[in-house]
Ligand binder design. Structure first.
Ligand SMILES: [Zn+2]
Ligand SMILES: [Zn+2]
Length: 347
């Protein structure tokens, strides 16, 4: 098969022929119809992810059709239209037994722990636990965008964040995951304050349902701006970017007993990020993390998408073939952009 391969971190990837993957006993091989390009792929290529071994094929936001099925798989057959969460669970550990597959103790992640979906085929583990059926009326490109940013935003807003109609929700960082969170919070009946340094990102946030916007490049204190706009602070606030500054601003922009959800990854040279804990104590704040979403939790999100209440398809701004993928991966470092690029390996 053809795949995007890199041999060394930070050096250009190339498209070349590699061996086809084989299905594990409990796994499947999926023919990749669409796969999203994500900043996590860029981090992996830069050598920021200890799970990766070289040479490597990136890609973790995928949808496609089942091509081959392992002997112990019972729920899936060749030809089924499927997607997966970026965290593939083992199905047997205590976290999985509790229904928390998103924090599985023996999780695998295509494009990180093994070769991913920037290829014509990808192998996926524990298919009965991890595959999600893609309805006929949902395009592969849209389905591919659900597994990482959209499902992560859904879990952060609805499940971890416990959003309620009428609440104020602040979203710090309006890239792919932040704009997804804006849509989901607005569709849940919340009033959304979007915060970003980019006027274009804020325009998109307004289009997707934000009631108020804070230009973080102009505001001296974004947390104070959020508190002003929301009559004392957001009920729920997300750091969808992942930086010490946006994490602190998210916590500082909450009202009493508000909930902060950390969505953006926080790579740090020291391994830790300062958090305003004094405020968390005094105001009895909840500080939560969010890490993808289990396959079994997809149906309510898919219902929202199929009803048109949220429009992940509008986040996909560009579709390219496999040959253009190495340059697009490189460009993520300098021009992350607000839109999502989807690769169609068979173009
Ligand atoms: Zn991703
Ligand atoms: Zn597990």
């Amino acid at each position: 098969m053809r795949a995007v391969v890199f041999e060394r971190y930070g050096e250009p990837a190339e498209v070349r022929e590699v061996a086809d993957p084989e299905a594990a006993e409990h796994g499947v091989v999926v023919r990749v119809e669409a796969t999203g390009l994500c900043r996590s792929d860029w981090h992996g290529w830069q050598g920021h992810d200890p799970d990766i071994t070289l040479p490597h094929v990136p890609g973790h936001e995928l949808a496609g059709t089942v091509e081959a099925v392992g002997a112990r798989v019972t729920r899936w057959r060749p030809g089924d239209r499927v997607t997966v969460p970026f965290v593939c669970a083992c199905g047997g550990c205590p976290a999985c037994a509790a229904g928390d597959q998103q924090v599985c103790e023996r999780q695998t992640q295509p494009g990180f722990t093994h070769w991913g979906s920037f290829a014509q085929y990808v192998a996926l583990d524990h298919a009965d636990v991890n595959l999600v059926a893609v309805p006929e009326d949902l395009s592969f490109a849209t389905a591919a965008s659900l597994g990482c940013r959209f499902a992560t935003a859904y879990r952060a807003v609805v499940q971890q964040g416990r959003v309620a109609a009428g609440e104020w929700v602040a979203v710090h960082g309006c890239g792919g995951v932040g704009l997804s969170a804006v849509m989901i919070a607005a569709a849940s009946g919340a009033r959304v304050v979007a915060v970003d340094v980019s006027p274009q990102a804020l325009d998109l946030a307004r289009t997707f349902g934000a009631a108020e916007c804070v230009d973080a490049a102009a505001a001296r204190d974004t947390a104070a701006a959020v508190r002003d706009l929301t009559g004392g602070g957001a009920h729920l606030s997300l750091d969808a970017l992942g930086s010490p500054a946006t994490c602190a601003a998210s916590v500082d922009g909450l009202r009493r007993r508000g909930r902060h959800v950390q969505v953006g990854l926080l790579p740090s040279p020291t391994g830790t990020t300062p958090v305003p804990m004094a405020r968390a104590i005094a105001l009895e704040l909840e500080l939560l993390g969010s890490h993808g979403m289990a396959a079994h939790a997809y149906p309510p999100m898919l219902d929202l998408v199929r009803a048109g209440a949220v429009r992940p398809d509008l986040l996909v701004t560009r579709t390219i073939g496999l040959d253009a993928a190495p340059a697009a991966l490189t460009a993520l470092g300098t021009a992350p952009g607000a839109g999502v690029t989807v690769i169609e390996p068979w173009r």
